[in-house]
Design a protein around this ligand. Structure first.
Ligand code: DGL
Length: 270
């Protein structure tokens, strides 16, 4: 049975929009519901129990809105809570992980760098990825405190962001990496800057496309595509200041008419 219900997508803030854009490209007729947990952003150095608590609360909210599938559009939340959300949700759940596998296949010199949050790089899920797919490849990791905040503030260029990113990137480039993985869904919004700073010899990859393809597969396997005649639509919610968050989302999606509604969600500590 086709389903006109929406797809729910969430992240700590605006980062998951990099996934949403890819989903929209492939699924123009679907309803997309986005929750930016901006009051709790960044997740990247928070205790796992808080990230898990937020994930349950957002999952409840999205399900109360009738979503047919949930995309955890956050590497950090996927590390901290993907298994729990999958057990908890009544609908299929798609997560995100840093593109270690494609990077290992792409590298020519066997040296890959990964930019991600502290929580992502410290998690078992990331270690397992490296063990499974990093065979014969040197993987260098770099946590990037402060970068997510710059993106949330709409500063995806400028001296402060360049200084912060330049510092993190140079620590990877010191190891002569020829491939850099953007292991946080916020970082694709810095891709032009990363590419400029890293130079033409370095490939920069993220997982937006792969996640969107997975969303298509899961809808297909479960018979959940929306009827084709339906026009696509989007709704945006945030736990933060809707004026501030709305300004950044409008800029990132280049949609001046877009509205963001505030919805505060309480969570239990796990
Ligand atoms: N964008 C998320 C990720 O992919 C969360 C970043 C954060 O809030 O620290 O990890």
């Amino acid at each position: 049975m086709p389903s006109p219900l929406p797809i729910g997508i969430f992240d700590s803030g605006v980062g998951g929009l990099s996934i949403m854009k890819e989903v929209r490209l492939r699924l123009p007729a679907e309803g997309l519901l986005y929750y930016a947990d901006s009051a709790y952003c960044p997740y990247g150095s928070r205790p796992l129990s808080v990230i898990q608590g937020r994930a349950y609360a957002i999952c409840d909210f999205l399900q109360s809105q009738g979503v047919k599938l949930i995309v955890v559009a956050s590497n950090t939340t996927s590390v901290a809570a993907l298994d729990q959300v999958r057990d908890y949700a009544r609908v299929p759940v798609v997560g995100v992980e840093p593109a270690v596998k494609p990077a290992s296949e792409l590298t020519k010199n066997g040296r890959v760098g990964v930019l991600a949050t502290v929580v992502t790089l410290a998690g078992n899920r990331f270690n397992n990825l490296v063990e499974r797919f990093g065979n014969g490849v040197e993987i260098y990791t770099q946590p990037c405190p402060g970068l997510v905040e710059q993106i949330e503030a709409g500063s995806w260029e400028g001296p402060e962001t360049e200084a912060l990113l330049g510092n993190y990137l140079s620590r990877l480039l010191e190891h002569d990496v020829d491939t850099v993985v953007l292991g946080c869904t916020h970082y694709p919004f810095l891709r032009p800057l990363v590419e400029k700073m890293a130079g033409t010899g370095v490939k920069v990859i993220d997982t937006g496309e792969a996640v969107a393809q997975q969303v298509v597969r899961v809808l297909e396997n479960n018979g959940l595509f929306t009827p084709e005649s339906a026009p696509g639509w989007e709704r945006f919610y945030t736990s933060g200041n809707p004026g501030k968050v709305g300004r950044v989302i409008r800029l990132l999606l280049q949609d001046p008419g877009l509205e963001v509604q505030q919805v505060n969600l309480d969570h239990q500590l796990c």
